[in-house]
Design a protein around this ligand. Structure first.
Ligand code: ADP
Length: 837
């Protein structure tokens, strides 16, 4: 190496003892350091030193450094290689160690060991005189001839390698530029040689001897290569084998390995795959593709990128459950019991699910519609899906589709892409390992669209019973029969489900729960479940019904029961701490619960040493969950004219919504604020127009012709940040404005919903059940709904109906009369408008 020509190594060198691998001058090697002396050397010499000299160390091969610092150092090999530590990497895992990258400079002989601890240091004599190389390769006599032969052999070897690999091309160039004398060392470290052979090369201090030792190794490598190429020739499309290049060295220490063992492993692997392919019981078409791919795989060198691709593909193919399935164990009576046990209420949904299952039992292949449960979050859609799988004795797998906007998520990537993989359907099948699971397609309403195609369109093929027996994933590229899979979809709203998809599904509405239903669900399911999850028993924690009601009304505002479950979880956690603390103070009696229920008023919280069971009363509740999050604010807000309560439907369930209006001097402008949809804005304009045209009738105009003369009106929809789209706020806006213009208060216990027309008719709206439940939750007493929605009240539980006073309105006049105490009298009897819609 000409660049090293001037280097004179120090006469004293710290010694690094290695036992695997031999560093030769001119090559680079990675050495792992973990023994005490070697670690010391790295720490105090390499990591602390600042000069170039301090990075030069002596590497002594074939000596194992003793594990303990105190142990005697074994006798050292007398010749070593001085090396330059190029890189030091430290790691603490799995145990503290360093990895050194060392480039060999020249040989040295140990003349005297100066000290052994903390790391050995020796007086050394430099053996290779680096400057002699720079004189050029003009050595003559036997040495000249030897070096010429060696050079030619090296050229021949490199010529047999694939020049398109950059490192091979670089090596070819280096052969000409390196001094000939360095070649034995450089090549011996590159070709396949054992440690013993390398050691012989290292020990050959005399150049002539070194050439003699290294030349047979080189010739052996060339012969090996020739043999390999001959066998390759027999396979015509594969003579361009890229040689496996062993990892672990940086040029020039790379080792070209022509491993026969790797070949064998390779063979084993493919044989194993072949066995698996034959055992996978796949259909004819898939088997043909697999066998073809296997054939290609056998011919491929392992280093080719395509090898891994094809291998992965075949692995995937054999793991798919082509003909593995579970047997259905459906008993409708048992299914009914199971569904009832798992879920309280939701009668309509359970009835439909049972019908569906019954038909399935009678007719084994069902090409019916896909069930789609639509409802607010936390009402048990997913959990019903899981129960269905359980009643059928099938595997259950949930595929979350929220936010999926690439069709290859469903249908996979073509295998031409790097990192391609199958879609979620095929992946799901691989996960469950059978071909007839229950797949729950969660959140189908939240599928997106993007430049990468429309995932909803890809789902069509999956869900269509006419097509899905031959569903073709792009990655597999062979059809897979999905007809045995039972698909169930869930969504929060049917409005955003792509129409074509909706067309293939039967929508089952799962409305929110009433407060009473929530209490029942909490006591039958959520509390026992949470107790179990937290390792508690009912003998340790009791939550009375009143407390549950408090949690529901003061700490949650939701249609489902998810935050209720979370709050119960929070209580369990708090109690678990107390129970765990009290554990040491002796076991509490298991039969205390009866006496204690009477004591619960005094048992103010969990502060003092726990007496089992811990009963959560309202004080304890406040301690654990903090002050109430939601207060009923209805009556407070209705103390001024110009406020009315509407009922809105959102994908999260029903909500009450305050509509506020105020007036100020101006020129008849209308300002709207709040999260509004376009339709809502139109409703507001409609309401204003109707009021203006009827101002005289209702005495709103204060004598003038137009109530808006000289005034601006500001309408605001404050509740929440949900877009309140939909026309159903029409009646509320009219009521609110009528209150503002007349200066009268709207009754504080009335909520209303309904669309209006310009002529003052009230049209029906959707989501009545959710809206009525929201009104009930808010403790309102009277609900005004359009007359034509009267039939929807059937869905509402009887006790809720009994609590509320329903007013069915077909005109705005009726709405206003019901909304104000004592009615909202018109000045003159105007002719009744009758709906013809
Ligand atoms: P969704 O899928 O509708 O968002 P989940 O199925 O995840 O809701 O339900 C949330 C939690 O509420 C689950 O722990 C579930 O067991 C429980 N749950 C919901 N409805 C009921 C019910 N009617 N009976 C018993 N548990 C219920």
């Amino acid at each position: 190496m000409s660049s090293n020509s001037g280097i004179q190594i120090p006469s004293r060198l710290p010694l690094l003892c290695t036992h695997d691998g031999v560093l030769l001058p001119g090559s680079t090697m990675r050495i792992s350091v973990d023994t005490a002396r070697n670690m010391q050397l790295v720490k105090s010499r390499l990591l602390k030193g600042t000069s170039l000299k301090s990075t030069i160390i002596g590497v002594i091969p074939n000596t194992r450094d003793p594990e303990h610092d105190s142990d005697e150092l074994p006798s050292l090999h007398s010749i070593g290689t001085a090396g330059l530590a190029v890189q030091v990497v430290g790691s603490n895992w799995p145990k503290p160690h360093y990895t050194l990258l060392i480039t060999g400079l020249c040989r040295f002989r140990v003349t005297q060991l100066l000290r052994e601890r903390p790391f050995p240091v020796a007086e050394v004599e430099q053996l290779d005189k680096l400057e002699q190389y720079t004189e050029g390769g003009q050595a003559d006599g036997e040495l000249g001839e030897l070096s010429q032969r060696f050079y030619q052999a090296a050229v021949q070897l490199v010529g047999m390698l694939d020049m398109s690999v950059p490192v091979v091309a670089k090596l070819r160039r280096l052969l000409d530029s390196l001094p000939r004398e360095t070649l034995p060392d450089v090549l011996a470290s590159m070709i396949r040689t054992s440690n013993k052979e390398k050691l012989q090369v290292l020990d050959a201090v005399d150049l002539e001897e070194r050439f003699k030792k290294a030349l047979p190794l080189l010739t052996r490598q060339i012969e090996g290569l020739k043999l390999l190429q001959k066998t390759r020739k027999l396979r015509p499309d594969d003579d361009k084998r890229v040689l496996a290049i062993r990892k672990g060295g940086v040029f020039p220490g790379r080792q070209f390995s022509l491993d026969e063992e790797v070949e064998d492993e390779d063979g084993d692997d493919t044989a194993m795959l072949e066995k698996k392919v034959k055992a996978a019981a796949m259909p004819e078409a898939a088997l043909r593709v697999c066998l073809k791919e296997l054939k290609r795989l056998k011919k491929m060198p392992q280093s080719m990128p395509e090898y891994a691709l094809t291998h992965n593909y075949l692995e995937m193919m054999v793991e798919l459950p082509w003909s593995k399935s579970t047997t259905d164990c459906l008993d409708i009576r048992a299914a009914r019991v199971l569904l009832d046990n798992d879920h309280y209420a939701m009668e309509k949904l359970k009835r439909r699910v049972l019908e569906y299952l019954a038909v399935r039992q009678l007719k084994s292949t069902l090409k019916g519609p896909i069930l789609c449960f639509v409802g607010p979050p936390g009402v048990g859609k997913t959990s019903v899906g899981r129960s269905i799988a359980r009643t059928l004795g099938r595997e259950f797998h949930r595929i979350a589709l929220g936010g999926v906007c690439d069709q290859s998520d469903i249908r996979g990537h073509r295998r031409t892409y790097v990192g391609s993989m199958p879609g979620r359907i095929i992946n799901g099948l691989k996960t469950v390992g059978v071909n007839n699971p229950v797949f729950l397609l969660d959140e189908v309403d939240k599928l997106g669209k993007s430049l990468q195609g429309d995932p909803a369109a890809a789902l069509l093929e999956v869900l269509d019973p006419e097509q899905n027996h031959s569903f073709t994933d792009h990655y597999l590229n062979v059809p897979f029969d999905l007809s045995q899979v039972l698909f169930i979809a869930t969504a929060n709203t049917a409005a955003t489900i792509p129409p074509a998809l909706l067309d293939r599904m039967e929508v089952l509405q799962v409305p929110g729960y009433t407060q009473e239903e929530k209490v029942e669900i909490a006591h039958r399911h959520l509390i026992p479940h949470q107790l179990e999850q937290h390792g508690l028993t009912p003998q340790q924690l009791q939550i009375p019904q009143d407390t549950t009601k408090d949690i529901i009304s003061k700490y949650t505002r939701e249609a489902g029961v998810r935050s209720l479950e979370r709050k119960i979880g929070a209580i369990c956690r708090a109690v678990a701490v107390k129970v765990a603390e009290g554990h040491k103070e002796g076991k509490a009696s298991l039969y205390l619960s009866d006496q204690n229920t009477e004591n619960k008023e005094e048992d103010s919280g969990i502060a003092s040493p726990p007496e089992m069971p811990i009963v959560i009363d309202h004080i304890a509740l406040k301690d654990i969950l903090g002050p109430p999050v939601f207060e009923m604010e209805v009556s407070e807000r209705l103390t001024l004219p110009g406020v009315a309560i509407g009922l809105a439907w959102t994908p999260m369930g029903g909500e009450i919504m305050f509509v506020e209006a105020s007036r100020m001097e101006g020129d008849g402008q209308l300002t709207l604020t709040g999260q509004l949809g376009d339709v809502m804005k139109e409703s507001a304009h409609l309401a204003i127009s109707w009021l203006r045209s009827n101002a005289k009738t209702y005495l709103l105009a204060n004598g003038s012709a137009d109530p808006l003369e000289g005034t601006d009106i500001h309408l605001h929809f404050p509740a929440g940040a949900v877009t309140k789209d939909g026309p159903s706020a029409g009646v509320t806006i009219v009521t609110c404005l009528a209150s503002l213009l007349s200066g009268r208060l709207v009754r504080s216990d009335v909520a209303m919903t309904g669309e209006i027309t310009l002529r003052g008719l009230v049209l029906p709206v959707g989501g009545i059940k959710d809206k009525v439940l929201a009104a009930h939750r808010a403790n309102l007493k009277r609900v005004i709904i359009p007359k034509r929605n009267e039939k929807d009240l059937e869905e509402i539980p009887a006790h809720v109906r009994a609590d509320l006073d329903f007013v069915f309105a077909s005109t705005l006049d009726e709405v206003l009369n019901a909304a104000f105490d004592g009615g909202f009298p018109a000045a003159v009897n105007h002719p009744q408008v009758v709906s013809k819609l």
